[in-house]
Design a protein around this ligand. Structure first.
Ligand code: ZN
Length: 301
């Protein structure tokens, strides 16, 4: 295929989704849940080569949360240890309902996930009605947060392009193709190549990542490296190193992908390279998220 969006040998951004809203300590004790665990896990993953951290927060009993106070603690903690890492919060629907899902965007993370359409998940409909998608995009625009479009299906790529053309998304698109969630798009090479080709045709400046769920995590990493995209790993999507072995940490999963990068002749992107590739500020401005949260709470009291 000749429609890759990066030159051969171009640096690969490794994203690490450290926690998610589903896996529990009983599935893998290395899933970071407390703020301290999340900060430490991010730091270790960063040292292993991850330059983008995708964040969900939990309550102390491991149940999913969307509390902005908790996001603020995690963001400040991560930036203290890894000032250049790209922070990305989840606005996914397992951690909250309706506009609650974007209730932390005033904390000004570098990025936030944005699903641009609805899809079936294992036990539910992942509903992303047009009004909510548009509102989330508007909040991201207002707070200078770059969206990562979560494309679970082909129409979501078209929706992302339409949002950008309508001025609801600034700058080049960044899209993540997600495959392997039960009842959504399976892992299928021809469809994957069609996704990449379609994005390239509609938005030539776009960057993209492939994300595979469970044991398909590495399949998608290999395909993405081959076709010029970026990689996502982490315990949110997969808790195992291989069929028989639980991953001892997020960092171990990152090292696995870093090895694939080497085999593919793609250097692991440095934080500076990752920021340049995603058209983010070379150095984030670093206003304290806890301070922003306090100001936001006072203004809305
Ligand atoms: Zn997530």
């Amino acid at each position: 295929m000749t429609t890759s969006s990066a030159a051969p040998g171009a640096p690969c951004i490794i994203s690490v989704a450290i926690t998610g809203s589903l896996p529990r300590k009983k599935d893998n004790p290395a899933v970071p849940v407390t703020v301290a665990e999340q900060v430490e896990s991010t730091h270790a993953a960063y040292e292993a080569g991850a330059t983008l951290v995708h964040l969900h927060v939990r309550n102390d009993d491991e149940s999913p949360s969307s509390a902005p106070e908790r996001f603020a603690q995690v963001l400040d903690g991560i930036r203290r240890h890894c000032p250049l890492i790209i922070t990305q919060v989840s606005t996914g629907g397992r951690s909250g309902a309706g506009r609650e899902r974007g209730g932390m965007l005033h904390l000004r993370p570098d990025m936030a996930s944005l699903a641009s359409g609805s899809v079936n998940f294992p036990n539910r409909v992942y509903d992303n009605p047009p009004e909510l998608v548009d509102w989330l995009a508007g909040e991201m625009l207002a707070y200078g947060v770059k969206p990562e479009i979560e494309a679970f299906d082909l129409s979501m790529i078209f929706q992302a392009v339409a949002l950008q053309q309508a001025g609801r998304i600034a700058g080049p698109l960044h899209v993540q193709f997600v495959m392997g969630i039960k009842n959504a798009m399976p892992v299928d090479r021809e469809v994957f190549e069609f996704y990449v080709r379609t994005l390239h045709r509609l938005a030539p400046a776009a960057t993209w990542t492939g994300a595979g769920i469970g044991r398909e995590q590495l399949t998608l990493a290999r395909w993405s490296l081959e076709l010029g995209g970026h990689c996502r790993t982490g315990l949110e999507d997969n808790v195992r190193l291989d069929r028989a072995t639980l991953a001892p940490s997020n960092a171990a999963l990152v090292r696995q992908v870093a090895q694939l990068c080497e085999q593919a002749g793609r250097p692991v992107a440095t934080p500076q390279q990752a920021r340049a590739l995603l058209r983010l500020a070379p150095v984030p401005e670093h206003r304290s998220a806890l301070q922003l949260q306090a100001e936001h709470a006072a203004a809305h009291a």
